[in-house]
Design a protein around this ligand. Structure first.
Ligand SMILES: [Mn+2]
Length: 340
């Protein structure tokens, strides 16, 4: 670990995991492989160490991650936490969650439960809402959990390794994105040594798309639009495209990359209509624009090349505002541009 202060925060997390007995683990809405994988890796390791652990994801576990051992132990929005469980809680650990709003229907827990809040995350835009904030530039929160378990001297079982590997593979786009470092590969190598089968993970995560999801992808690609200079590509998914295809909202994950991967495109955007009259905006970029700054301007956050936000307003108004901001950044009229 290069950063001394972060090392101190990590050491505090190690102490808490070792000394406390009653934990609630939470990760963000619209869960991805890192939200689920990092939670299972830490949660099941804490349980093996004899701790009481409740794991919650506000939207539940997407179908695609239901091959991970123990996924059924994760509670979702429909399930309540009993008064007795709440009273016993000593520690709330949030994973991969850049701000409290990302806990959706469970964000009240942070405000109302007098427990120690431990915030473990690799989003540098993290708002540091915890008592302990271990925020670090890592490929994934899963990779941080790997180092945490090493610090605790706890065994990484093959099941734990599978969860962490899945977290890393999904957040790095199969080791293709710029958050992939030599550290990431060293970590992955150790996970393979523990018995993870990478081809099997690929099959489960990337080659098990429901036919409804393929149809939704078709609708999304049909909606493709480009800015006049061809540098911004954007896709739109309306509530009716979900209804017509029968696809689930979780099937939208990853579609934004098709916009970004078009030749000559610097910024790819997906506009998604939501049920609560907001527009979810997902942004992907190459090195020219820090899209986390654009997302932050609209109340969201993320990473420099992958970020998002939820904006109140009609699809057309939100599109206009976001496209103007991105265009200004690309034209160099804005601080979010890195000077290309
Ligand atoms: Mn992540």
């Amino acid at each position: 670990m290069k950063n001394g202060m972060m090392c101190e925060e990590k050491n505090r997390v190690i102490e808490v995991c070792r000394d406390k007995g009653n934990f609630l683990l939470l990760s963000h809405v619209s869960a991805d492989g890192d939200a689920i994988g990092s939670m299972l890796a830490l949660g099941l390791s804490l349980r093996r160490a004899g701790k009481n652990v409740i794991m919650v994801n506000p939207d539940g576990v997407p179908l695609v991650y239901r091959f991970l051992p123990g996924w059924e132990k994760i509670r979702s929005k429909g399930e309540q936490i009993s008064a007795g469980e709440l009273a016993a809680l000593e520690v709330i650990i949030t994973l991969d969650t850049a701000n409290e709003e990302r806990l959706g229907a469970w964000s009240w827990v942070l405000a109302e439960v007098p427990a120690l809040i431990v915030n473990i995350d690799h989003h540098l835009t993290n708002s540091k809402y915890g008592h302990i904030n271990w925020i670090e530039k890592a490929s994934s929160t899963g990779e941080m959990v790997f180092h945490l378990l090493a610090g605790l001297g706890w065994e990484v079982t093959v099941d734990t390794a599978l969860s962490i590997y899945t977290a890393i593979v999904t957040d790095t786009g199969s080791f293709r994105f710029d958050n992939t470092t030599s550290e990431t590969h060293l970590c992955a190598a150790e996970l393979l040594e523990k018995g993870v089968d990478p081809a099997q993970v690929t099959e489960y995560v990337f080659a098990s798309r429901p036919v409804e999801a393929a149809k939704l992808l078709g609708r999304a690609l049909d909606s493709l639009e480009l800015s006049p200079d061809g540098k911004i590509a954007y896709l739109t998914i309306t509530n009716s495209s979900l209804r017509d295809t029968g696809a689930a909202r979780e099937n939208i994950n990853g579609i934004v990359n098709y916009a970004r991967e078009i030749a000559g495109v610097y910024v790819g955007i997906l506009f998604e209509e939501t049920e609560d009259n907001k527009v979810k905006v997902s942004l992907r970029s190459d090195s020219r624009v820090d899209v986390s700054k654009i997302a932050q301007r609209f109340g969201g956050g993320g990473h420099s090349r992958a970020a998002g936000c939820r904006v109140q307003g009609s699809l057309s108004n939100v599109k206009k505002a976001v496209l103007e901001t991105v265009a200004a950044a690309l034209a160099g009229r804005d601080a979010v541009c890195r000077g290309f």
